[in-house]
Design a protein around this ligand. Structure first.
Ligand code: 13P
Ligand code: SF4
Length: 390
């Protein structure tokens, strides 16, 4: 593996970060130094057998992903969760909004467990339901709400998904945002989309996949009256982008792309659509985590890649494909800190509690929210299979 002078630093193990964030693990967490953790996880998984189904997002640590029955991006995992109605427990190694979606898509008899409740998502936290309701009121006041179809990225809380379900909208993921937008524009004559909460995925999809211009996009800032937009600006817009972003993917820069291209002229730049528009503009390929994996699998031996997505995935791809030169598209480490909260001690703790008959960290969405969020999720799952058109 070539690192192109972009050092991949090992992640240190220190004291439990949850206690620093005020989310205490409600039980006795095994010590990270316990040499038996792998054996304990294996034993708990064997003891639970088919009663448990473990899902692992591609951004999870290797120490956890080794116990996943299936791995995937958020779209694939939502589908996989729904396809195992016989499993009593779904242990979700990912972040909170993914576990909520799994709860919504699984049966009432099934229980979804998130091994660490502090595994949130800073992007999802950038759109709160009260802010979105206020924004809708602003769209009503501006006289445009009747033509707006809300579409929310999977990376949002269940109540935002429910809001979209109630208002005729849908959910999308990074692998089908283009198809979801096409669907949304078919819902009403002269439709506009309110895209939540990731402005970058919304803008990149609108411009690179739908043929809109940057002038067709406006950014709604929830901290400004009326989103900081005039009624005329809202009226002219084809897509209203919520002012949210991913703090991990937002780090990739044009400068590093330029540096790499100068140093390695035949390098391929492959990025996730949560990166900024400027970075995507300079990249060779853009797509979801699943697309990134498939692209590397299909790449020629000896080909050179710099990948702009979460570091656990980039490191895994580099070790799985030693015949290709894979680098990380940043000078410094860039793990998703909340994805990384699910570590082996939390996984072992949650699994052993299940063996002992205690359901811990149960993620349960209330019935009304669940109903409407499912409407929005089902609209996404019913979309035609095509996506990632490049
Ligand atoms: P995917 O939709 O590609 O799984 O991405 C989820 C995510 O959190 C990206 O930051
Ligand atoms: Fe959220 Fe970004 Fe982490 Fe994905 S990588 S879970 S969008 S903070």
């Amino acid at each position: 593996m070539t690192t192109v002078d972009l050092p991949l630093l090992p992640l240190g193990k220190g004291k439990d970060p949850d206690s620093e964030r005020g989310v205490e693990c409600p039980g006795d967490l095994p010590a990270a130094s316990d040499p038996d953790l792998v054996a304990r996880a294996q034993a708990a998984k064997e003891a639970l057998g088919n009663r448990v189904f473990v899902l692992g997002h591609h951004y999870q640590r290797d120490e956890v992903i080794q116990f996943a029955d299936v791995t995937g991006d958020s779209f694939k995992l939502a589908r996989d969760a729904a396809a195992r109605p016989d499993a009593e427990f779904i242990v979700f190694c990912g972040v909170h909004f993914m576990a909520e979606s799994a709860d919504i898509l699984t049966g009432d008899q099934q229980k979804v467990i998130l091994p660490d409740l502090a595994a949130g998502c800073s992007m999802a936290d950038m759109a709160r339901i009260a802010q979105v309701e206020d924004a809708w009121d602003a769209l009503v006041d501006a006289g445009v709400a009747d033509s707006v179809v809300p579409v929310t990225y999977m990376n949002s809380s269940a109540d935002i998904k429910a809001f979209c379900g109630k208002h005729g909208g849908a959910v999308c993921t990074s692998s089908n945002a283009d198809v979801a937008l096409e669907w949304a524009y078919d819902q009403k004559p002269d439709a506009k989309v309110l895209f939540l909460p990731d402005q970058h995925l919304g803008r990149n999809t609108a411009v690179f996949k739908m043929g809109f211009t940057l002038e067709d996009c406006v950014v709604f800032d929830p901290f400004k009256p009326g989103g900081g937009l005039t009624p005329e600006e809202l009226d002219r817009a084809r897509i209203i982008l919520w002012k949210g972003h991913c703090s991990v993917h937002g780090r990739f820069s044009e400068q590093v792309v330029d540096e790499l291209r100068e140093k390695i002229p035949d390098i391929n730049i492959l990025v996730h659509p949560e990166c900024t528009h400027e970075v995507v503009l300079k990249a060779d390929l853009v797509g979801s985590t699943e697309f990134i994996i498939k692209t590397i699998e299909a790449a020629e031996p000896g080909s050179k890649w710099a990948i702009g997505t979460e570091l656990n995935l980039v490191k895994r791809l580099a070790s799985q494909h030693p015949d290709k030169e894979i680098s990380f598209l940043d000078r410094t480490v860039c793990y998703c800190s909340t994805m990384n909260r699910i570590d082996l001690p939390h996984f072992v703790w949650a699994m052993e509690e299940l063996v002992a008959g205690n359901v811990v960290n149960h993620i349960k969405v209330d019935p009304d929210t669940e109903h409407w969020a499912k409407v929005a999720l089902d609209r996404m799952l019913a979309l035609p299979g095509k996506s990632e058109k490049d």
